[in-house]
Write a protein that binds this ligand. Sequence first.
Ligand SMILES: Cc1cc2nc3c(=O)[nH]c(=O)nc-3n(C[C@H](O)[C@H](O)[C@H](O)COP(=O)(O)OP(=O)(O)OC[C@H]3O[C@@H](n4cnc5c(N)ncnc54)[C@H](O)[C@@H]3O)c2cc1C
Length: 329
Amino acid sequence: MAGAFWCIVEDDRQGSPKKVMAEVLGEATRLAAQAGGQVEAVWLTDKSTPEGVKQLGELGAKRVWLLENAAFAPYRGEVWTPVIADLAAKESPSAILAPVTTRQREMMARLAARLGAGLSADSTALGLEDGKLVATRPVYAGKLLSKVTWSKTPWLATLRPNVFRPAEPQTGASPQLERPAVSVPSEAMKLVERKEETSTGLPELAEAEIVVSGGRGLKGPENFVILEELAKVVGAAVGASRAAVDAGWRPHRFQIGQTGRTISPKLYMGFGISGAIQHLAGMRTSKVICAINKDPEAPIFKIADYGIVGDLFEVAPLLTAEFKKLLEK
Ligand SMILES: Cc1cc2nc3c(=O)[nH]c(=O)nc-3n(C[C@H](O)[C@H](O)[C@H](O)COP(=O)(O)OP(=O)(O)OC[C@H]3O[C@@H](n4cnc5c(N)ncnc54)[C@H](O)[C@@H]3O)c2cc1C
């Protein structure tokens, strides 16, 4: 529908939208109410479920464009992008929004190039000014915030997780379901091997409300267990600095920072992390920052809301024990 606010669905590969979609749909609903448009979800998947469609409706999508085809998994940008671009050319949405995830980040850049449209990547605020979308996004590793707008529609933006207010689910709301015929482009890349990541049993880093993160101060990979114990008690994800990742202590998918993941949890706890600018770039928009470092001059204390000067090997187990007591009450 012309004037619609599209939300590209990130799903869990099992047929349900990811939690972050509540934020994207919530923000789209707020903007569409002001602009007089309709919120629509665009879902490319090899495996949808009726519950997934229902969830999108309950989160605010009035219409769900369901593009279901075996060719959409695993994700390949060159397969997804033309399909969405063709639909956008036919339907002329005002805006195309997506969460910052590994695949949406790449797909949205390709889509912008294909549509000849502008993209505000990693937006932390969106608003309408004189009927036009205006986005706020961090630049220079988060040192400055820039405000950008578009010279023409569609306005493309990716939204940083944990920043936008999630939609309140409207139980029972059911969206109009469209299954447009799509011509799926042939793939340029073939899947050679698939390696499933072993689940840590902890929340996903980018979506977690609490993140416990470890740096070089942990001294070795075996000591991450101290942070995992704390994480289990408070329901946190465990992240790492690049120093820890480069040393081979954690896989790269857990790296926070300029060349890793950008996170914005309600609470970030950094253990043995100095607070280099490149690390701060990935976590400085966390709501509450708590740093544990034995060096009182560590730069991380400059942006921390709470600081503990001490040895993490003493502090972390004490925090775990205290949180356990509090949360078990
Ligand atoms: C182009 C580029 C991109 C980069 N991208 C990233 C990125 O994405 N993410 C990232 O994190 N870094 C990135 N870096 C690296 C960054 O500059 C830092 O080198 C890195 O963040 C340092 O990691 P760290 O804080 O764990 O280690 P260090 O700087 O070595 O700090 C370790 C800290 O642990 C403390 N410590 C030691 N022992 C204890 C103890 N027992 N108890 C308490 N505290 C203790 C020390 O006081 C120290 O402050 C990048 C660098 C470049 C040049």
